[in-house]
Design a protein around this ligand. Structure first.
Ligand code: HBI
Length: 363
């Protein structure tokens, strides 16, 4: 049967580090939401399995009890795999095992060893959206093994991210997307900068705070406080910086505030797999000043929709801030519309999922 017309029954397995909708799941929460909405719009059926307390408007969520998984970015590279007592990850995948026959495909959003290891044990194919770059040897091995046996089942966000996994050649990169119509273009910003991310060490908020203090331009900070100790440390170390914490906002509220900013500062210490906030900013007409590493490297059009600076160089951030008016806010909006619409992502997403279903129906 021609799969192109087939409407798929899909089970989305969310990240086990946080409840979907809490903000502590980071970028993968928005990715899962946009994937679900775009595929549902195309007629596919989606059910979600996620930790208890998870919510996604418009979709049935099977909530699973259990201990949340330890965030991979807090692990050392050679740490062994840890599954906490009464692991929610184990329970989620045991549930997936029992219901798999109701679905054509399971889509895994967890950056964890277990779903990759289980792939050959399931009768239904598992599609893996790899949400981060290389962090641990155990995950590198699990990803490399899945790539060796089921190469069509892996997808990444960016080439910069996929390159961090040595064995992966010619990776399928999906990029990412947002519902552009939810973001309003803002032509005349206030004299203020934005920083949007989970507040945690790997996001290096302190660099943006120092740049704000040295330029005297206020910094609006948005995002979930993932590490309260880290946030307190920043406030203690930079008591006079003109910063204001605006909280973890809904997309509706965030885009209204973000649009008023002259630039978005992206200061990741790690290889950002993509950088959803970058395309959210572009959609509002806000140019990006980002460290030249990871996903943002492939998003920013140098000198037109932002500037890429030497990683970890606060001086580089400051030099770019002083040039930011060279960028064209209309060009930012146009790039978002052209390259990061849900339609463009949906085409890539369907092609990926149909390829996996094909590959399994033939073998
Ligand atoms: N860590 N162990 C683990 N599993 C995940 O799914 C995971 C994570 N850390 C961060 C994370 N997911 C999300 O913030 C992604 O958006 C990166």
């Amino acid at each position: 049967m021609n799969n192109e017309a087939k409407k798929l029954q899909l089970l989305f397995a969310s990240t086990p580090v946080a409840a979907l909708g809490s903000g502590l799941g980071g970028g993968v929460e928005l990715t899962l939401k946009n994937f679900a909405e775009e595929l549902q719009r195309r007629g596919h059926q989606i059910k979600i399995v996620a930790p208890e307390g998870s919510r996604l408007q418009g979709f049935p969520v099977k909530e699973i009890e259990g201990s949340l998984q330890i965030a991979a970015q807090t692990q050392k590279r050679d740490n062994p795999i840890i599954l906490p007592e009464n692991s929610v990850l184990e329970q989620m995948w045991d549930y997936a095992r029992t219901v798999q026959d109701r679905f054509d495909l399971i889509v895994n959003f967890a950056y964890d060893w277990l779903p990759f290891y289980l792939t050959p044990f399931f009768t239904r194919p598992i599609a893996h959206l790899v949400s981060m770059g290389s962090l641990t040897t155990a995950m590198d091995r699990a990803i490399a093994e899945t790539w060796r046996v089921f190469p069509e089942t892996l997808a990444f966000h960016s080439h910069a991210q996929a390159e961090t996994f040595p064995e992966i050649v010619n990776p399928r990169c999906l990029g990412n997307a947002i519902a552009i119509e939810k973001y309003q273009f803002c032509e005349q910003p206030d004299n203020t900068l934005a920083w949007v991310a989970r507040i945690a060490p790997e996001k290096a908020l302190e660099d943006a705070v120092i740049a704000s203090q040295k330029t005297g331009i206020p910094l609006q900070i948005f995002g979930k406080i993932d590490r309260q100790d880290y946030w307190q440390q920043i406030q203690d170390r930079y008591p006079n910086a003109p910063i204001k914490y605006q909280g973890f906002l809904t997309t509706e509220e965030l885009q209204a505030q973000l649009g008023k900013c002259r630039a978005l500062l992206m200061t990741p210490r790690w290889i950002e797999a993509f950088g959803n906030v970058a395309i959210e900013a572009l959609a509002c007409g806000v140019p990006i000043i980002a460290y030249k590493r990871g996903g943002p490297r492939e998003i920013v059009r140098e000198g037109q929709t932002g500037f890429l600076v030497e990683p970890d160089s606060v001086e580089g951030l400051i030099a770019a801030i002083e040039r930011i008016d060279e960028c064209d806010r209309h060009a930012c909006r146009e790039q978002a519309e052209r390259e990061y619409s849900l339609k463009a992502l949906g085409d890539r997403l369907e092609a990926w999922l149909y390829e996996i279903v094909e590959a399994r129906s033939i073998t």
